[in-house]
Design a protein. Structure first.
Length: 300
């Protein structure tokens, strides 16, 4: 028996044709449901750690265990993270400095541990708000408790400000390597806010992952040096198998115009400078906007 449709476009669809039409529809729906480029899984260098191309930053204007994200309050923060998860963004960028560990723990409650990835950072200085151990073992153990997890995918030394860090922070580096060997951490590395520190990180065999300040503008938009200086160092690190995560893609809030944001994303992705980027999106609309811009930048 045939299924017929009448009208100006009337035609006959056989059972086989109808099944084919359904199959085509299913393929279309599968394509429509495919992850965005921002939500695609990438690997950080040679670490084996898989992350989404976009990370949810949680430290905009962060200091002393507070940030614009934690200041949103638990309800808004929870809504933001769940919106990320619903849109396939499962890479979470935290830090002790931001105070975002308990906020993320609560927002991710009920999400299977294998469904998201955590990067966090150790503040390597004693401050009024931070009693630095001088190493990393105590900090990493505390971080795992704060996240209620046996392991963390990535732990970085936060905010390196000079080119002497490999000697000044040897104990921290040794203890981080020990925690990696024990499986408490999957990959270790640094977050750089100084060009000399970045150069040392790119050359050091200790670093698995670098969090680097990169955009198409340079020092005027919160980079460590000019674009012409930073790019070769990033390429050196990538060639050595290090995972590269870009930060300050929007210049720490300086690149606000849509065309500026698009230009920065295109520069970073089309020149293959990073594996992933972290952006401190503060609400659901910013998440949607960033996903759309990354999709456009990666596929251009």
């Amino acid at each position: 028996m045939d299924i017929r449709q009448t009208g100006p476009l009337s035609h006959t669809i056989s059972r086989r044709g109808f099944a084919g039409a359904l199959a085509a529809t299913s393929v279309f729906q599968a394509k429509a449901a495919a992850p965005s480029k921002a939500a695609e899984t990438v690997t950080l260098g040679n670490t084996g750690v898989k992350v989404t191309r976009l990370a949810q930053g949680t430290g905009f204007n962060g200091s002393a265990r507070s940030s614009a994200h934690t200041r949103l309050g638990e309800k808004a923060f929870h809504s933001l993270i769940r919106h990320d998860i619903d849109h396939g963004i499962t890479f979470m960028d935290a830090a002790d400095l931001y105070g975002s560990h308990p906020y993320l723990r609560n927002a991710l409650r009920g999400v299977p541990r294998e469904k998201y990835t955590v990067l966090t950072k150790l503040w390597p200085r004693t401050e009024y708000w931070n009693n630095y151990s001088g190493g990393a073992r105590a900090e990493v153990d505390r971080f795992r408790k704060e996240f209620n997890t046996d392991f963390l995918e990535v732990v970085l030394i936060h905010c390196l400000m000079n080119d002497r860090w490999t000697s000044e922070m040897k104990r921290t580096m040794d203890e981080m390597a020990e925690m990696k060997e024990k499986g408490a951490v999957k990959a270790i590395g640094v977050s750089c806010h100084h060009f000399g520190a970045l150069q040392m990180a790119a050359a050091s065999p200790w670093t698995d992952v670098l969090l680097v300040r990169i955009n198409n503008v340079g020092k005027a938009a919160a980079m460590d040096a000019s674009v012409e200086e930073v790019v070769p160092v990033i390429k050196q690190a990538k060639a050595a198998g290090k995972g590269i995560i870009g930060m300050k893609i929007f210049g720490a809030g300086k690149l606000t115009a849509p065309e500026q944001r698009d230009a920065s994303l295109k520069f970073v992705f089309q020149n293959n400078l990073v594996d992933a980027v972290t952006i401190g999106m503060l609400n659901e609309a910013e998440v949607d906007d960033t996903i759309a811009r990354i999709d456009k930048a990666v596929t251009a």
